[in-house]
Design a protein around this ligand. Sequence first.
Ligand SMILES: Nc1ncnc2c1ncn2[C@@H]1O[C@H](COP(=O)(O)OP(=O)(O)O)[C@@H](O)[C@H]1O
Ligand SMILES: [Mg+2]
Length: 312
Amino acid sequence: MSQEKLVEIKNLKQHFKTGRHSVVKAVDGISFDIYKGETFGLVGESGCGKSTTGRTIIRLYNATDGEVIFNGEDVHGKKSKDELKKFNREMQMIFQDPYASLNPRMKVSDIIAEGMDIHGLENDTEARKVKVEELLQTVGLNKEHANRYPHEFSGGQRQRIGIARALAVDPSFIIADEPISALDVSIQAQVVNLLKKLQKDKNLTYLFIAHDLSMVKYISDRIGVMYFGRMVELADADELYKHPIHPYTQSLLSAIPLPDPVYERSRERFTYDPNDHDTSEEPQFREVRSNHWVLCTTKEFERYQTEHAVNV
Ligand SMILES: Nc1ncnc2c1ncn2[C@@H]1O[C@H](COP(=O)(O)OP(=O)(O)O)[C@@H](O)[C@H]1O
Ligand SMILES: [Mg+2]
């Protein structure tokens, strides 16, 4: 992981108008950077705004406010068709539900090559076929699979097809939106291992979205925890697991069983109470420990710093 920023998300907001007077603040002012070559895990319960964040980053939605800078360029500024196409190629998405995201009437070869066709990457029929076969092998399938249809595959295999489709246009950044949540536990590790291997081989940067902290620990370099459209905590993966500071993160971690009987006996699950906060001022994102950021007020900041001092 380098210290060079690939994606900079600055005060990003996505407010959906849901009626004449009602607005859903799906994403409400979040800021974070994603470094080249890293996996940034984005975690939080269903409905907290993770998918909306991903979709807004790749400009499936225009942002209500804020900025997304990709490789130094503003994604949401006015862009020509060609510039947008370039971004679309650089940033690919992998989805949770490999059933819903693959067209059932298309052959696997055409599904995988669709992006290549759009971007005019392999215009020669034979070269296109060879590239599809290579991609199938890269994701652990084989070339005979090219002529089949999505329903002939298992969930894990379908997710591999989705990964091959994303890789087909040689992206540098992939947003994986709960890519393993719909898979059997036994298959989840295989897909995560494949993603890790691809990251190394192809120098990819990932935004890996999950609703559960146990899944992101293994793959993420850094983790951001979202709650109701805000980022409440951000730290290196190890640091976050060892020293969760925000009570919401602590509650998420308290829900994860560990294969340690001593720990399991003493593990207490608790529920986060959003009202149990200091309300004397608007909370801000503050660095409580080195590279470890928490959404808190000044008072909470002082308390967290005492409670989570580095040299205690
Ligand atoms: N297109 C949309 N129009 C209106 N509300 C939406 C839309 N997409 C998402 N939302 C709402 O925004 C919130 C965040 O949704 P989402 O980003 O899908 O959360 P997550 O991926 O964390 O489960 C939810 O309350 C959801 O109902
Ligand atoms: Mg989602």
